[in-house]
Design a protein around this ligand. Structure first.
Ligand code: KG4
Ligand code: ZN
Length: 337
């Protein structure tokens, strides 16, 4: 069974072909970073228009790399939400109508389910059940995962997502969009223990997050300190440590609450080296295991959508012909597979 995966929910056009026996056959990605850089963030209408330009050439390229033709496909999976609605609809329209024209089923995939299952593309995938920490530009959540489509959201951000906090703080430091990875690079040059940022919402029970206060704390620190490269690196490091520590404390709490021994981290922020290293050490100390996707599959990509879609298509799901996109879509309302 060969599935085409289409991801267009934000500023990346990601396409992949996944085979249920051979695994990932090919994937292509076009990032719109340069297009949005002048504006300091994603401009939704520009994003939609660029997906329109890139989607068909990328699909052809992915099929060519996989040595397949359109007629060889058995199903199509596309991101149906959550995301920028115009951008989502580009992938949904192309995916749903292409499947109709080929006479094959289509399935609309939840973007965060795609992230959550991305570690399944790796050589040693996690077994169910596990706790997942999903940290992207739009979402931060802890989920108890019993199986595909069996998701209990244990906690989520009450304001900014972790990636959003990275991006906004990076902007305050004068770093270009996308700020998260740039701030992380700067933090690597920072000296330890120069500043102490708060660990929000860790002094009370519960698994929700709040990151907007860290951004304000960063703004005040930047304003009060000299504007040289080493100082900025020290502030970046203190900020990154605060986010990572906060996430770690909540992960530990979620594992204890659910009695799980496996932790999955996914979404753009899971590419962060400090987060990976600290969580790996924590899981070793707890006698458990941590799983994360390779870096390129932490951020948005077509492979994770093809994989998630494959599981749903195999279970017989087929999207109706009306093309729908969902800008908001609670993860725990998905159908169990
Ligand atoms: O999953 P993703 O590609 O898109 C969404 O679904 O939102 O995540 C993008 C987010 C951005 O906020 C970006 O700054 C952040 O992930 N990010 C990072 C790193 N790489 C990407 N944040 C911290 N450290 C990184 N290395
Ligand atoms: Zn994403």
């Amino acid at each position: 069974m060969q599935i085409l995966g289409i991801e267009t929910s934000c500023d990346e056009t990601g396409i992949a072909v996944y085979d249920d026996k051979q695994g990932l056959l090919s994937h292509t990605l076009y990032s719109q970073v340069k297009l949005h850089a002048d504006y300091g963030g994603v401009v939704p209408e520009l994003a939609s228009r660029d997906h329109v330009r890139k989607i068909i050439p990328l699909i052809r390229e992915a099929l060519k790399k996989a040595n397949l033709e359109f007629g060889d496909l058995d199903g199509i999976a596309y991101t149906k939400g959550p995301g920028l609605i115009g951008a989502v609809l580009v992938g949904a329209c192309v995916g749903r109508s292409l499947a109709f024209s080929l006479g094959i089923p289509a399935v609309g995939v939840h973007h965060m389910e795609g992230h959550l299952l991305a570690p399944m593309l790796e050589e040693t995938p996690p077994e169910f059940p596990f706790v997942a920490l999903l940290v992207s530009g739009g979402h931060s959540m802890l989920v108890d995962v019993k199986g595909i489509g069996q998701y209990e959201v244990l906690g989520e951000s009450v304001d900014d997502a972790a990636g959003e906090a990275f991006d906004k703080t990076a902007k305050l430091m004068g770093l270009d969009y996308p700020g998260g990875p740039r701030l992380a690079k700067l933090a690597a040059k920072g000296e330890p223990d120069q500043y102490k940022f708060p660990r929000p919402m860790t002094d009370r029970p519960g698994l929700n997050f709040s990151f907007s206060g860290l951004k304000t704390f960063a703004a005040n620190t930047i304003a009060a300190e000299p504007d040289d490269e080493q100082t900025r690196a020290n502030i970046a490091r203190a900020f990154e440590e605060a986010v990572v520590d906060t996430l770690m404390i909540k992960c530990k709490r979620a594992l204890k609450q659910t009695n799980r021994k496996r932790l999955v981290i996914a979404g753009g922020v899971s590419a962060n080296i400090r987060l990976r290293a600290d969580l790996t050490e924590m899981m070793q100390n707890l006698g458990g295991e941590v799983f994360y996707p390779r870096s390129e599959f932490c951020t948005d990509n077509g492979a994770m959508i093809a994989y998630a879609g494959m599981q749903r298509l195999k279970a017989g799901q087929n999207e109706e012909l009306a093309v729908k996109g969902q800008p908001r879509w609670p993860l725990d309302t998905l159908e169990r597979v």
